[in-house]
Design a protein around this ligand. Sequence first.
Ligand SMILES: Cc1cc2nc3c(=O)[nH]c(=O)nc-3n(C[C@H](O)[C@H](O)[C@H](O)COP(=O)(O)OP(=O)(O)OC[C@H]3O[C@@H](n4cnc5c(N)ncnc54)[C@H](O)[C@@H]3O)c2cc1C
Length: 479
Amino acid sequence: MEKCKVLIVGSGASGLYAAYCLVNQKLTSDIIILEAEDRIGGRIYTVPFNDHCIDLGAQWIHGRGDNPLWKFVKENNISLAEKANRDCEGIFIRTDGHSVPLEILEETMDYLWSVHEEANKFSRDPDTSVVIPQSMGHYIEEKFQNWLENDKKSDNEETKTWRRQLFNWFIKFEECDTGCDSFYQHSCISWGEYLDYGDDASFANGYKSVLDKMIARLGNDVQINLNHRVTAIDYNDDLIKVQTANGKTFQADHVISTMSLGVLKKYHESIFNPRLPSDLITAIENISFGAIDRIKLDFAEPFWDLNDPGLLIVQTEDKLISDISRSNWFKHIFTFDEVNYHKNSLMGWISGNAARFMETLTNEDIAQDVTDYLQKIMQKYKADPDWKLPKLRQIIVTRWNSNPNFCGVYSYRNQDSDAKGIVNKDLSVPVYVRGYPRLLFAGEATDAEHYGTVHGAMSAAAREVSRLEAFWKNNQCSN
Ligand SMILES: Cc1cc2nc3c(=O)[nH]c(=O)nc-3n(C[C@H](O)[C@H](O)[C@H](O)COP(=O)(O)OP(=O)(O)OC[C@H]3O[C@@H](n4cnc5c(N)ncnc54)[C@H](O)[C@@H]3O)c2cc1C
């Protein structure tokens, strides 16, 4: 049985940064990391692609200034791309081949973005006079309906139809951005609590460049065991015992778990012995974990406007069918974004049940459905019955939701968590055994203000390292 002072479950941004902080602050290098996958990085996943690389997980640094990731990037001289990856930019095309009239597009999007920004006012503060709506979806829909009713131009039925179709597109965008299954369940309070660090940036050589710097600092002292899936954490004793699926047993003074909220939801009962405290279980059960996927399409040549790359697909149908099947799942891909360094490629985004459904298909089936879909739309858009989609050379599809080491993409709060007063911080409460913080929780979902991000995962790691540091100081490292 191997022993260590701190055992970290997971080698994503949070697990690696926890080890980095422990080593960098010279607190301890007696650390073992156990990782279920055959690679480090977790939801950071940079893969080689053509003559460069692409990110299949996180791809943006969300904001600068005090963002701990931004500071890490600057301190370690990590190269950035000249421009951030484009995010839902390009030409809006309707499935019947029409492009959205520019004036209608600008007015409608400006209005919807202003409502999106205004929602930052929601808070838990009982002194505020702001009324909290049922959900973000309800809030934005009510505002939009009022706007339509008072908008003179929307007396014209065609204008009104365009605006409604753009509204439906915007809801899809919000659902994919937040990872929620339905914007009509998304919490308003968490919207206000999330803190934004401003403009996005992207890496010149993928997110992997952050992992490389962390690993370099860990040196040979810290053991990282890949293909070690933790199946049991027994914390009844003075030392914690951890078992892995490959039959190994480890002992540690403290365990920092960075397993995703999706993994905790599915496996907490089988992994932890004794059962986790009931407040923690309530938080695990009531905070949601979203589903998103990416479809990377590499064509023989671009067929989109290179001056404004990217295709945003607006549906003619008023509401997309909720019954997802082979004949309609692809209609939920609402954007095909241009990707830095890959001028022949587009990245499709899909979320919720449509993403879960897609994961059941083979890559060949996905390629077939998506290329048929694009062929039909573009043929109408080009108004040329002979127009042919360039050959699809390669497709890469993510499967974050069915992978048992992730069980989804990132956390979000819903109406129920708001009603019960449950917040992300509730997931970060450590378990003490006879006064010792034996079991600590980091990971993206445990951060109060930056959940769902890489910098949130890093802040959460730094928080747990500070907790251990304070404990060790007060207890003179006794155990
Ligand atoms: C498609 C997608 C796009 C995203 N885009 C962005 C973005 O642009 N910018 C941004 O800031 N954030 C983005 N995010 C979110 C960001 O990637 C995550 O918030 C962050 O990487 C989470 O890090 P973590 O360490 O908390 O968790 P993870 O990265 O999930 O790390 C946990 C690790 O634990 C391992 N593990 C799980 N169970 C076990 C077990 N039983 N035993 C051992 N190991 C286990 C997992 O394999 C994993 O490696 C995106 C995420 C996804 C999926």
